[in-house]
Design a binder for this molecule. Structure first.
Ligand code: HPA
Length: 273
C-alpha cells in the first residue's frame, strides 16, 4: 500500500483526520485526551498506565509505516486510565533518518491531535552529555535545538516555540520525582551516532542530551495546539563523554534495565494529568 503522505498535493492534516477516524472506529473510543510516543526503553509504561482497550498494528492505520528498527514497537494502543481519561499510545514512531520525509515523522503527532489529545508526551532513548546521568537517568526535556535543518511546518507558518516543553508539566513531573533533572535536547539527523566533536559542539551550543527524534514532533505538536511533556532515558553517555564505543545493543540493554523504573515513573506522571 502506498503511503498517501507521499503525495505532495495531499493535505497532511486531512490524512491525519482520516487516521484518527480509523483509530476511533477500530478502538471504539470516540476521542482521546492524552497521547504518548514511547521511545527506546519506555514501552513498559503502556502496561502500567491503565487498561488496554485496543491495540492495532500501526500499518493498519492510514499514513503509518512499519518500524524500521529492531526494538521499536509498531502498534497503536488505546488505554483507559484509572481516572477515566483515554490515552493513545503510539509505538509506531517514524524517524527522520528513515527518509520517509518530515510529514511521515510528524504524522503520529498530527493524528494524536486529530483524535482530540490535548497533551502530547514525547519520550526517547538518548545520549547524555552530563556525566552524572550515567546509568540510565530519566531526564525532562526543557528545550531543544533542532539540527535537522528541517521543519514540519509548511508554508509561512510562524509558530512560537517559547515554553515548547511545558514548564507546568515539568513541574508536575517533579511532584512525582523531585530529583528529576532537565536538559536541552539536540536532535541530530542520524542514524549514525554523533562524533565526539559533534557532541562537544552540541554542548557548546547549550545542549545536554543528543538524539535522533522528538524535536520535529514537538514542533508539530505545538502547531496542533497541544501541551508537551518531553522525557529522555539516558541510555548511554554521548560519544566521547563515555570512553567506550556506542552501540544499538547497549542502548537496548539500558532500555531493558530501566524499563520497569521509568515505566512506573511515567505512569505516575500520567495519573496526575
Ligand atoms: N546519540 C543519538 N541517539 C541516541 C544516542 C546517542 O548517543 N543514544 C540513544 N540514542
Amino acid at each position: 500500500m502506498t503511503n498517501p503522505l507521499n503525495d505532495e498535493n495531499a493535505n497532511p492534516f486531512e490524512i491525519a483526520k482520516k487516521a484518527a477516524q480509523e483509530i476511533a472506529q477500530k478502538t471504539g473510543v470516540e476521542s482521546h485526551d492524552i497521547a504518548l510516543t514511547l521511545g527506546s526503553g519506555w514501552a513498559k509504561a503502556a502496561d502500567l498506565i491503565g487498561e488496554t482497550v485496543a491495540e492495532i498494528p500501526g500499518s493498519e492505520i492510514t499514513g503509518f509505516s512499519k518500524p524500521a528498527v529492531v526494538g521499536h514497537v509498531g502498534t497503536i494502543r488505546s488505554i483507559k486510565l484509572p481516572n477515566g481519561k483515554h490515552a493513545l499510545v503510539i509505538g509506531a514512531r517514524t524517524h527522520y533518518y528513515e527518509n520517509h520525509g518530515v510529514r511521515a515523522v510528524v504524522h503520529s503527532v498530527r493524528t494524536a491531535a486529530a483524535t482530540g489529545a490535548k497533551t502530547m508526551i514525547l519520550t526517547n532513548g538518548a545520549g547524555g552529555i552530563k556525566p552524572e546521568w550515567a546509568g540510565g537517568a530519566a531526564v525532562l526535556i526543557s528545550d531543544h535545538i533542532n539540527l535537522t535543518a528541517n521543519s514540519p511546518l509548511e508554508g509561512a507558518t510562524f509558530i512560537d516555540l517559547t515554553d515548547l516543553y511545558s514548564k507546568r508539566l515539568r513541574d508536575l513531573a517533579r511532584e512525582v520525582d523531585p530529583s528529576l533533572d532537565e536538559g536541552v535536547y539536540v536532535q541530530f539527523r542520524g542514524p549514525h551516532y554523533e562524533t565526539p566533536a559533534e557532541v562537544q559542539m552540541a554542548k557548546t551550543m547549550g545542549g545536554h542530551i543528543v538524539g535522533m527524534s522528538t524535536a520535529l514532533e514537538a514542533i508539530a505538536a505545538r502547531e496542533a495546539g497541544m501541551e508537551i511533556l518531553g522525557m529522555s532515558l539516558i541510555t548511554n553517555l554521548a560519544a566521547g563523554i563515555q570512553s567506550t564505543p556506542l552501540s544499538h545493543a547497549e542502548v537496548l540493554e539500558a532500555g531493558r534495565n530501566a524499563e520497569a523504573r521509568i515505566g512506573k515513573l511515567l505512569s505516575e506522571i500520567v495519573a496526575k494529568l
